[in-house]
Every structure is written in C-alpha cells, then in structure tokens.
Design a protein around this ligand. Structure first.
Ligand SMILES: [Zn+2]
Ligand SMILES: [Zn+2]
Length: 189
C-alpha cells in the first residue's frame, strides 16, 4: 500500500464517519486528516516508548542483581556480623570497633568463652589490687557494684567478665594475654 492508497483509505474513512464533511470544508477535512495522522504517529511512538520503559525496568533489575552479586562486602556488612582479627583491647584512648592487623581498634563486643559473660569495659579506670574472682562472681554484671573495686585512672580501660579482669593502657593483642579467654562476640555493622 503506497501513500496515495493510504490517503484514499483515510478519505474513505472520513467520508464514512464524517458524512457531512463537504468539499467546501476542505480545510477542516485537512485538519482532521492531520489529527488522524497525528494520532497514528502518536500511537506508533507509544510502542517503542513502552518497550523502552520495559527495557529500563529490565536494566534496573539487572543492575540491582549486579549490585547484590558483585558487591558481597556491602551485603556482608548489611546481613552478617563482623569479627575482630586479631582481637585487641586497649586503653581509654584506643578507639573501639573492629580490630584488624592494620587498624588496632579495641573490641567492644568481647565475650568470655570461660564464663560465657559479656566483657564489660570502664574507661579511665583501673581495677583495684583487691579485685578478685569472688568479687566479680558476686557483682557481675552490675556496673554500679563493680565500681567499688575500680579506681579512676586516666588513659586506662578496665575490662572484666565474671571470671577475669584486666586493666589496659594501650592497644594490646589478646593473643598476648592467654589467661584472658575473651573472644570477639561479633560486631553488627
Ligand atoms: Zn570485636
Ligand atoms: Zn570469664
């Protein structure tokens, strides 16, 4: 079908549906034809448009999938807990967080595998020499009661579980303190 045939067909359609249209109103007729063609081209424009948006949807989906599959670290940070390696304790000036070989942050999620208590920390404090196993046994984990055997000591940080205690002045690898059965209890990040 060439363009003339199409014109004829359109004219015929117009005659059928707009029976009152006369040759005298050729301008109007012409405009109608334009509108019709306009609608037609709008219709033809719409198809690629919708398929483009489908493409975009598919692309976004792909990107999202890519994001999940190609960036396990972010997924890991969101859904899994992180452990210190190695595990550090430190003085009160040592930043708490996840310890690594290059970032000596003191673990603030310590847990004792011997008594199964969470290790408590007291900044700018040191355990009094009179602190003993029985005291901890009776007062853990009441921070207020534990303070009875804590001394103010700027820069130090006092740690204790129910079976052991330690005062640290600087970042220290826990592997060097084998008497402390403390492990990183995992950090939510
Ligand atoms: Zn840790
Ligand atoms: Zn313990």
């Amino acid at each position: 079908m060439d363009k003339d045939d199409l014109d004829e067909l359109l004219d015929e359609v117009e005659r059928k549906f707009c029976g009152k249209v006369s040759a005298a109103c050729s301008d109007e007729k012409h405009n109608k034809r334009e509108n019709k063609l306009g609608e037609r081209s709008a219709a033809t424009c719409e198809e690629p448009k919708s398929s483009i948006s489908e493409d975009i949807d598919a692309l976004l989906e792909e990107l999202l999938e890519d994001d999940y599959s190609s960036s396990p670290p972010s997924k890991k940070r969101t859904f899994y807990n992180i452990m210190c390696c190695p595990v550090f304790i430190g003085g009160s000036s040592v930043t708490n967080g996840v310890g690594t070989a290059t970032s000596k942050r003191s673990c603030d999620q310590l847990r004792c595998i011997s008594c199964d208590f969470r290790v408590l920390m007291f900044d700018d404090s040191e355990w009094d020499a009179s602190c003993d196993y029985l005291f901890l046994r009776n007062n853990m984990p009441d921070r207020h009661k534990l303070r009875a055997k804590l001394k103010k000591r700027k820069g130090l940080r006092a740690y204790a579980c129910q079976c052991n205690w330690f005062s640290s002045s600087e970042a220290m690898d826990l592997r060097d303190q084998p008497q402390l059965r403390w492990v990183c209890g995992k950090h939510k990040d």
